[in-house]
Ligand binder design. Sequence first.
Ligand code: UFG
Length: 327
Amino acid sequence: MKEFILVTGGAGYIGSHTVQALSGHGYIPIVYDNLSEGHRQAVDGNILVVGDTADAAALNELFSRYNFSAVIHFAASSLVGESVVEPAKYYSNNLAATITLLSAALKFGVKNFIFSSTCATYGCPVYTPIDEKHPQLPINPYGSSKLMVEMLLRDYNKGYGLNYAILRYFNAAGAHPHFPIGESHRRETHLIPLILKTLLKNSDRKLTIFGEDYDTPDGTCIRDYIHVTDLAEAHISAMQKLLSSSGSFAVNLAVGRGCSVKEAVKAAEDVTGLKVPLVHGSRREGDPPVLVADNLLAKELLGFSPKYTDIREIIQTAWNWELNRRF
Ligand code: UFG
């Protein structure tokens, strides 16, 4: 029998790629999304219920309609800078709404919960690569709101027998190689799409490099970019692990390889054959110099094995999306 999986935020970037992966693995994803950041077109062909995770009545109705095997909870606000100036939005959308969602899930006996967490829960690295034992001392409300949910999940595990998979993403990037979905934020702040947007026909944009005086080999920040379909597949493995009743866990999802801002620019130039117009800017507040993961636990626990290990391959899929994007 096919299993129903609730995917909150399933019309968003990582959510929509995971929805495709779920369908591909024979599950029936039910997308629940308020479309504030997500796109209806991103879930074409799948069931979309438009609604908010803060809406307890709508959630009760949803849980009474479908017999879900698990919840994959993507819906969240995720802009670090915005979280500093609008913290209430982050505690409300990311923490309070998750409590509402969990109450509904537990009321209907749904006990498998996959949670989108982030490397932002670690704060400024005290060592790299960052493993799961690294101290979690977030430096912005976005990271704090995600860490609070992690703490809550541990308590719900003890108190209510909730099984959780906490997935700490590093930098998601790229687009689906086969389906017409990709990264499409209403306010784009991420490096790779911003690099590529400067290269589109008739674009008059330039890429601002936020700081070249970091203590890194080329002076720019280093990140661990993971392809969004590798992330999506890891959700399937994590969910299957929960469904097989083998216990709760928290794990990093990343390639385990660093790429600086300048290396990403160079890779985009290699892929497109075009020159990225640059502006040399100052540091962006709150950017740690290096965020690179130790992904050993994901390999052991989930058999995680990212297909995309070269930043150029990741950027190639993002470029194909930028050239043909539908939303
Ligand atoms: N950058 C630029 N110019 C730009 C945009 C970004 O130089 O126009 C730099 C940033 O300063 C940073 C790197 O490119 O050094 C990557 O920036 P992104 O905004 O693409 O990604 P972040 O590393 O800031 O954000 C990611 C996730 C967040 C998560 C955060 C943790 O997208 O969800 O890591 O710090 F919270």
